[in-house]
Ligand binder design. Sequence first.
Ligand code: FES
Length: 157
Amino acid sequence: MTGAQLEKILKKHDNQSSNILAILQDIQASENYLPRKTLEEVSQRLLVPLTQIYHLATFYRTFSLTPRGRHVVTVCTGTACHVKGAASILNNLERELKVQPGETTTNKEYTLETVNCLGSCALAPLVVIDGTYHGRMLGTTVLSMLKGEKKGASKKS
Ligand code: FES
């Protein structure tokens, strides 16, 4: 994140330490993660201890301290989803995206994640793409959805 971008975010929140959560949300939205260098600068500028910032950054699941892709694909590997073929879906995604769970593609488009159970077992196997639940998925369907997204993304740029 450039200094000018951070300046704009801090100004938007009146350079107030009481707005630290909103500031972190804006940094996350801009970078798809919270870069250490930026957090150090926020700490110095707002006189908020870096440990306090890291406490917030690790407490809320919405924040990530490692680079994430523009799209987050989460495959549920809980028991119900496993029985209905989650492993096959995950294998297809690993092969197509060339990443393992927890990793981000080199072009920063996709982050692949797994979760144990999302509490919607009736929809198994379940895949979540950018926060939207997609139930009763097939590996090929997920890949088609992502390829559609890839085409859409390239049209926009
Ligand atoms: S096991 Fe996947 S939603 Fe419960």
